[in-house]
Design a protein around this ligand. Structure first.
Ligand code: V47
Length: 371
């Protein structure tokens, strides 16, 4: 690809021309490159480089789907300091949705044309293996063709523990009950230091990666997240991306990367400021540049706000997740975003960003393009 002269001059002025050249030549960036990009004072330059990669991957399309969130329980014994959603077993305010309630919630939302249910919850030690299977079956009995994206690696670790089956057989049994793919939550920051400080009794980086490897080995796809903007360093963010990239080289099982902007309200870290819009855009752009083997970078509007998510479509992101009806985890932590966007609103956001709206299914097959 021809190197635009003005881009080269701009990069050269900041001693970033070697990175720009690597991007143009589709060469893999190193951890050191990632750190230099975080330190680069010219955010639009970083965004332009990310935009080159985005365009190469998906052209002018930007994706979304029609999805419903079901957070089946907020009871959790993991005491993560960044979480405002959890209630300890026995604490007031805890809930568990029974399979009938899950079924009814799906039925209630079928008129919205949902194609995916994204279902996660806390680590509730009182739930037996049969609960997880019944919850999946409840969704499929309401809508047999719906894609069920459920249970983060943290929940999968818990389900394996209680299932009395091998890890592989646990996954196969979940699949038989209706599991189609797994969401990417629970990764937080793949760093032992951050793990020890913020969520020491939840699975750590190596186990999270191991469970993802298992999910992919069992034939299921998944996503990967990173919770940024709290105590992690920029070097730790880069290290997180490098670890995901290595696993993706090995399995090819990740569909997308989803950077999650930390919301401090009502958490043990409420004294911290939330990440700024600039930090959001920079993190998204650098993830697009570092994760060369990921097809999609998701701008999760629920955490970013629809406005920042829209701008991020020019900074490396190509997907707005979806309608996300009824998210609760981050709304408990102070998110002021709506409890769902309509398809019309998503199409409008994407069009205004100069991109072509493409409704996708959960595996990124296109269902409709708004030309
Ligand atoms: O695992 C918890 C994070 C995740 C807070 O896979 C918080 O496509 C910000 O994983 N501030 C759940 N974040 C959401 C999630 C997700 C969302 C959208 C798409 C996908 C996907 C996955 O939210 C949790 C945790 O990492 N979280 N508390 C908080 N205060």
């Amino acid at each position: 690809m021809e190197f635009p002269k003005w881009l080269f001059q701009r990069a050269e002025a900041l001693d970033m021309h070697d990175i720009a050249e690597k991007v143009i030549e589709s060469e893999r960036l190193s951890a050191e490159d990632g750190q230099r990009l975080f330190e680069c004072p010219d955010l639009p330059l970083v965004g332009l480089l990310a935009d080159i990669v985005r365009r190469r991957k998906v052209g002018e399309k930007a994706f979304f789907n029609r999805n419903l969130r079901i957070d089946y329980t907020n009871i959790c014994n993991k005491k993560c300091l960044f979480c405002a959603f959890d209630r300890l077993p026995g604490e007031p305010g805890g809930y568990v949705l029974d399979p009938q309630q899950i079924h009814d919630r799906v039925v209630e939302h079928l008129p919205f044309g949902i194609t995916e249910v994204h279902m996660v919850g806390g680590i509730n030690p009182r739930l037996p293996f049969s609960y997880y299977l019944d919850a999946l079956r409840a969704i499929k009995s309401a809508a047999p063709d719906i894609h069920v994206k459920a249970f983060t690696a943290v929940e999968i670790a818990q389900i394996i523990k209680i299932s009395k089956l091998t890890p592989e057989d646990t996954l196969f049994t979940l699949r038989e009950a209706g599991l189609d793919s797994c969401p990417g939550g629970g990764a937080e920051v793949l760093s032992d230091r951050v793990h020890d400080e913020l969520y020491p009794i939840k699975i750590g980086p190596q186990q999270w990666l191991e469970i993802q490897r298992l999910i992919h080995r069992c034939g299921l796809r998944s996503t990967a997240t990173m919770l940024y903007g709290h105590i992690e360093t920029r070097a730790e963010r880069v290290e997180h991306m490098i670890q995901l990239r290595a696993l993706q080289d090995e399995t090819g099982g990740f569909l997308a990367f989803v950077p999650l902007a930390f919301h401090p309200e009502n958490t043990e870290m409420s004294h911290l400021p939330p990440p700024s819009g600039v930090e959001d855009l920079r993190t998204i752009a650098i993830s697009r540049l570092m994760l060369d083997n990921f097809d999609h970078i998701k701008a999760y509007w629920v955490m970013l706000t629809p406005k920042v998510a829209q701008v991020s479509l020019s900074f490396g992101a190509d997907d707005l997740d979806g309608t996300v009806i009824h998210e609760t985890i981050v709304h408990e932590a102070g998110a002021k975003t709506p409890l769902g966007l309509t398809v019309e609103e998503l199409v409008h956001l994407i069009r205004e960003a100069g991109k072509i709206p493409a409704e996708r299914d959960s595996l990124y097959r296109i269902r409709r393009v708004w030309n």
